[in-house]
Design a protein around this ligand. Structure first.
Ligand SMILES: C[S@@+](CC[C@H](N)C(=O)[O-])C[C@H]1O[C@@H](n2cnc3c(N)ncnc32)[C@H](O)[C@@H]1O
Length: 420
């Protein structure tokens, strides 16, 4: 490949789409791009760059306050840069967007993203962020949503519609990789695959119909049309010492060992406040935190809550949670957290989707009068915003642990302890 010359090296224009510029990014930001200042002072988000290196990049998108660019050449590489270990990256697979960073450097880069968000959006001068457990960086993923082209499952290219059909997948669990590579999904447009290492069970949810699908005999296959018509389909997994029913439409973490790691991190964040507590588990899914904290495997030395209220809005997850928690002193409430008429609690665990809690949910959770809120965030920016909202109700951030569940990609998971 011939490297394009920079279109502009001096003050002035040069940041229109298609132009090529030399940049020195200073920080990885939420979304996995590296941030630099263009010569016109605008922020440039550069895909494929790492902080501290010097890159030549082509502008791909231009907006009023910022532009987006893609690396075309590395002028001076970061010591953290490596050749992506998965050959699919060179073919354009958009599944993993941080493979160009050494796995041992990735948690630190992501912790810096979290610190930046807590400073800018959370208003905290010195956010107490630390890197916690680092999970295996290969063969871990137990669930994936894939596009289907001519029967084959594939990953979309970054920010594009084209699909790359992989010949291997660095991050898929072996039970998932086999299904991903060898499944024939016939006329489907999309497929969601989930495997359960604890039991060996596997599920394929095919959109729109399972007609003509060919997969290994053990795999339970269901079409989204059949689910809409009322069919139920589920598999089971064993995590944190308990058995979980997980239905086709229910949420469960995308790596089983990561679900156990999150339970540990949440339990440690609650610490001595666990013993004898009335727990509220908001955004409870199939009941992972409630079930594990009350009766699953926990780090040694921790007490147990006495009771729990689990709040969840998805009918499918609520049905699973009622099944999974039926032996425990738990009320499972089907409600949007924003609309829940709260009851008193000592501790709250909240694990919202990427959008975070937001103003209303923070009001609702604060009205439980809990003295501790443990927030599980999968987005650095929403964590920053939620930290500011929680501060408005008297909750101070005491600790934020980055649990790196998604090596090779920019995605973060952060378990934060807020206390009044
Ligand atoms: C990130 S998942 C966490 C689930 C669970 N804590 C776990 O780790 O398996 C978020 C869950 O919140 C639910 N959810 C999303 N928005 C909600 C809302 N506004 N009110 C109640 N539940 C919501 C989703 O259905 C999903 O089950």
């Amino acid at each position: 490949m011939t490297t394009p010359e920079p279109t502009s090296t001096t003050e002035g224009p040069g940041q229109a789409v298609g132009s090529v510029v030399d940049l020195v990014p200073t920080l990885l930001v939420a979304g996995g791009e590296a941030l630099a200042r263009g010569e016109d002072g605008r922020v440039v988000f550069i895909r494929g760059a790492l902080p501290g290196e010097s890159v030549r990049a082509q502008i791909t998108d231009e907006r009023k306050g910022w532009v987006r660019a893609e690396v075309v050449d590395i002028l001076e590489a970061s010591p953290d840069r490596i050749e992506p270990p998965c050959p699919m990256v060179a073919q354009g697979c958009g599944g993993c967007d941080l493979q160009h960073a050494r796995p041992s450097a990735q948690p630190g880069l992501k912790a810096a993203v979290v610190v930046d968000a807590l400073r800018r959006l959370g208003g905290l001068e010195a956010p107490p962020v630390r890197v916690g457990i680092e999970a295996a960086a290969e063969g871990f993923r137990t669930a994936v949503r894939a596009a289907v082209v001519e029967g084959r499952a594939g990953y979309r290219r970054h920010h594009r519609h084209e699909v790359v059909v992989p010949e291997s997948c660095l991050v898929a669990h072996p039970l998932l990789e086999e299904l991903l590579l060898e499944g024939d999904f016939a006329e489907a447009t999309e497929v969601t695959l989930r495997v359960a290492p604890g039991t060996g069970e596997r599920l394929a949810v095919v959109d729109p119909s399972a007609d003509g699908v060919v997969v290994p005999r053990d795999v339970l296959v269901v079409g989204t049309r059949a689910l809409k018509e009322g069919r139920r389909a589920w598999i089971h997994d064993e995590v944190a010492g308990r058995r979980w029913r997980i239905s086709a439409r229910s949420f469960f973490q995308t790596r089983a060992d990561g679900a156990a790691a999150l339970v540990d991190a949440v339990a440690r964040a609650l610490g001595d406040d666990l013993a004898g507590a009335r727990l509220v588990d908001a955004y409870a899914g199939v009941g992972l935190f409630t079930g594990s904290l009350l009766a699953g495997d926990l780090p040694p030395g921790l007490g147990r809550p006495v009771s729990a209220v689990a709040v969840e809005r998805s009918s499918s997850s609520v049905a699973d949670a009622r099944h999974n928690l039926q032996d425990l002193p738990v009320r499972v409430i089907k409600s949007d957290v924003d609309a829940w008429r709260s009851s008193a609690a000592d501790v709250v665990v909240a694990d919202p989707s990427r959008a975070g809690l937001g103003r209303r949910a923070v009001e609702v959770l604060a009205s439980t009068d809990a003295h501790v809120v443990v927030l599980v965030s999968c987005d650095a920016a929403s964590l920053g915003r939620d930290a500011a909202l929680l501060a408005g109700h008297g909750y101070r951030l005491e600790d934020a642990e980055l649990v790196d569940l998604f090596p090779q990609s920019h995605h973060v998971e952060v378990v934060s302890r807020f206390a009044r």
